[in-house]
Ligand binder design. Sequence first.
Ligand SMILES: [Zn+2]
Length: 403
Amino acid sequence: MRLFDVYMHGILCLVLLLGCGDSGGNHRTPDAPSVSDQDTLAGDTATGSDTPRQSPRAISTTVLVDSLAVNLNGGVGDVLFDAPDDTLSLTIIVHGTANGWYGIDSWIDPTGIALITPDWVTEAGNERGCFSCPVFTTQGAGASTTINPNRPESVVNPGTHTLQVVGFEGGFATDMAWVTVLAKRGDAWPVQGTVDLHFYFTGAQDWTASTAPDDSYFDAVIARFNALYSAIGIQVGEMTFRDIDPELRTVSIDPANDTLGALVANSQASLGDGAHIFFVEEILTGDPEYPSIPGVAAAVPNPPFLTGTIASGVVISTKGPLSVPPERRFLDPPAIGQTLCHEMGHLLGLFHTSEYDEVSHDQFADTPENDNTYLMHADGTGPKISDQQARALLANPLVMHDE
Ligand SMILES: [Zn+2]
């Protein structure tokens, strides 16, 4: 909602990473330091693994490259990886320190197609991301995630892919970045899926890990998600509930006092492979005109399976809009379920179809401009998801597919 939640927080990048508290919740496995316990890789060249991440399914996700440390020279480094024949989508995560900015400078596919064109950042029109690339990409603080396909021009070919990744810190080139590559694999493109949701409670709305599962309003929030996303075949899968420090119940994206990254860094790998959603009382902006917003995504998309970073979650306010004069409210607080739907769109990879400036739009050809009947309009109040948006959502490894 508002333009803040997509673009501003990247600039605001904050550095304090909180330790991972252990205050309850459902543990499925011990905490893992990286996205997977598979494939320890050495060097800057990686080959594919045949080990499925999930139990055997018609469509599953394989970790092709697992947090590979890449030496950067002048802030740039190369990574090669092999995509299996049955690859449906590829997710590239370039990650590092909370102080760093990361991204992809070029991506050449096995047939020679430049999925991301070298030096795209210097081209006019690409200020908010690579609108001229077959695969849309952005750079981001702490971690940047690119999912192919994410526009009609995107293609996914098997074979050896070549990436050039970049890292900066404080305007200077960094020496190191870490790269993770995930492949969603199967015989046919998915038409439906589920996404697991991991909820974190600060006490806002009087919700806690023990009360929320039986709360009728919370049930309505989940029902809203299922109703809206059923249009594209996506439903809520497993849910976990966890309490975190009540001191975190107010979060700020004000550049002078940014606490968003510190909040979502509480995301826990041990909870499973899902989306990490934090409920707070209020999200402050520092902007006197719109001092409080309903929701914010720490990164678009969030890095799938990578927790504990400043990019690993979305935040939903239970009270925020009440502090804004009625004439300036664009979403009333009872619509927490709608906010969840909108922020989940960001988390899974969707940018605003149109910003409030009415000149900034997303990379999809089939999302009408300045039409707030669409879920991902900056208003966040509409229900519609386009076919191209749906394809991008189903490409995300967090959307899992049962047989
Ligand atoms: Zn938004």
